[in-house]
Design a protein around this ligand. Sequence first.
Ligand SMILES: NC(=O)c1ccc[n+]([C@@H]2O[C@H](COP(=O)([O-])OP(=O)(O)OC[C@H]3O[C@@H](n4cnc5c(N)ncnc54)[C@H](OP(=O)(O)O)[C@@H]3O)[C@@H](O)[C@H]2O)c1
Length: 346
Amino acid sequence: MSTTPSPATYANRQWFYTQRPTGRVGPEHYTLVDSTLDATLSTNEVIVRARTISVDPYMRIQQHARNTYDVPHPLGIVQRAGIVGQVVTSNSSQFAEGDWVLGYTGWQLFAKCHANDLQKLDPARAPVNTALGVLGMPGRTAWFGLMEAGRPKPGETLVVSGAAGAVGSLVAQFGKRAGCKVVGIAGGPDKCRYLLETLGLDGAVDYRAHTDTAALQAEIQRQTGGVDVYFDNVGGRVTDAVIPLIKRRARIVICGTIAQYDGGLDKPDMGPRFLQHMLYERATIQGILARDYVHRMDEMRTIIEPWVQSHSIVFDETIVDGFEQLPHALNMLFEGRNTGKLLVAV
Ligand SMILES: NC(=O)c1ccc[n+]([C@@H]2O[C@H](COP(=O)([O-])OP(=O)(O)OC[C@H]3O[C@@H](n4cnc5c(N)ncnc54)[C@H](OP(=O)(O)O)[C@@H]3O)[C@@H](O)[C@H]2O)c1
């Protein structure tokens, strides 16, 4: 319950999603609105001040006009997003002023929420931003996607695309822990150095250095000798290069196809047809979605939180400063300007 008098209103800032992009998303597809939030609360309501707001590739999927795994994000409402924030006014016995919470209140500074829609975070257990990364949706995707669909075994070779990003960097480390030889694919020499020196992977392939798919494939073959598990975060020509390299009973995990999000989802896939390789190698391919594992968060936390606490896992963040930067930050994902989880401090 609130102990100090609360203001009657809060000066809010909100980013409304107002125009569907056809190609790359940018600030022109959003409208910044200054508004006032009435602080009057019903029973079990609280007001949360966002401190860190997430930008994620799925936002761009949901901007397509047709249904994907979800209905399109409506125009004219605040961009939906996960946030970590603090309770500033509470009319709930579950929350006190100052409590850290995880919510899904979107790109706005203040939000009025029902207590049941928030999850309390304990900063003594883990840095609060990890609720948007390694101990949140990206961590859940990486953990269950790799362990349940990828089924890695010691001695196998795991290839991860988008390996320096939020999901990919975790998949790669989970693969090392499972005893795999892990080769990451990422864009540029700095990210490849990061994969080798910071994440301790066995190999790193810079897909940008090989504009020709055959040359990219030759380099992946040289570093892997063949692929038992392919965890795919990007799709497109990187995946075209990897799939012909699969070994007997390989598992291909389709987590994301970011190379196709800014316009490509509306066109038919025109890459090489790879089903012959699935046949020859008796391979399996499985799509995975984070939302299918929400009910197993406790199971994931029990395993991964101790690694976070002992710093035996790398969970880097790229932090962009300023609420005004949110649409620009979303765009950064498509330009590869993040290492680890991309977040916006507000
Ligand atoms: N299935 C699920 O439930 C689920 C959940 C979370 C995420 N995902 C998917 O997983 C993928 C990674 O998500 P994330 O949140 O971890 O993002 P992220 O990897 O932290 O950031 C996106 C990265 O994608 C790479 N990229 C962008 N455009 C590319 C292109 N044309 N070709 C190759 N790489 C490109 C960039 O890295 P480089 O510099 O290396 O190019 C960029 O840093 C996305 O496809 C996302 O949609 C799926």
